[in-house]
Design a protein around this ligand. Structure first.
Ligand SMILES: C[S@@+](CC[C@H](N)C(=O)[O-])C[C@H]1O[C@@H](n2cnc3c(N)ncnc32)[C@H](O)[C@@H]1O
Length: 205
């Protein structure tokens, strides 16, 4: 697991150092897709009640800006495996009293909600089996650190075959839905209707 995480960290560190605080710097190809993913994940959140939220794989903190524009009473913690990401996020958004950023792979304490956008996609040289084990153990942490629910996205196995890349992981949405339903909650939503080659799962407790 250490080797896997070290590879992921250096992959994203290279992106932020090369492109800076913009979607390309977290390996997204554009702002529209980045925000569309946030919109799916945020369907988990209550529209009018204050909440605390942990963002695992926060990148340069783009979700924070989205949340502050849409919700009142947000208490945010961003976690990222890449020190360079956390430095960038802290420089950009660390002065906000409602937010803080830490280096790591799991929240330092429980929050109402835990979300993760884009952390299960780039597998690099890791085998599919090892990557699936990694996804499952990360979901265990997201469950453990969230009191009201968690949400994440993955590239879909329903992507066009000729467009699939060997270094990316395409998860089976039905299998992850089933796992979340059996393991975490009766209330699970699978969102696979937003045009990107991916899906989002919301787990409400
Ligand atoms: C595709 S980027 C998305 C960043 C951000 N969520 C966004 O949508 O703007 C994925 C980020 O997750 C971080 N990351 C990947 N795996 C992680 C893990 N297991 N724990 C913490 N951070 C992780 C990477 O360093 C990178 O910054």
């Amino acid at each position: 697991m250490e080797k896997l995480l070290a590879q992921v960290s250096s992959y994203y560190t290279e992106k932020i150092e090369r492109f800076g605080a913009q979607p390309l710097g977290v390996d997204w190809n554009g702002l529209d897709g980045q925000v569309l993913r946030f919109a799916q994940l945020c369907k988990l959140l209550p529209p009018e009640v204050p909440f605390s939220i942990a963002d695992v794989g926060c990148g340069y903190g783009a979700l924070l800006e989205y949340l502050l524009a849409q919700y009142e009473g947000v208490e945010y913690i961003g976690i990222d495996i890449s020190e360079a990401m956390v430095e960038t996020a802290t420089r950009l958004r660390g002065q906000d009293a409602r937010a803080r950023f830490v280096v790591g792979t799991e929240p330092p304490h429980p929050t109402d909600y835990v979300v993760a956008s884009g952390i299960f996609n780039v597998r690099l040289g890791t085998s599919t089996d090892a990557w699936c084990t990694y996804i499952e153990s990360t979901l265990e942490n997201m469950d453990r650190f969230s009191t009201r629910g968690f949400a994440f996205n993955c590239l879909t196995s329903y992507s066009d075959e000729h467009k699939k890349r060997a270094d990316l992981h395409y998860a089976n949405p039905g299998e992850l839905f089933d796992l979340c339903k059996r393991r975490y909650s009766r209330n699970v939503a699978l969102l696979h209707d937003y045009d990107l080659y991916e899906f989002t799962i919301l787990v409400r407790k």
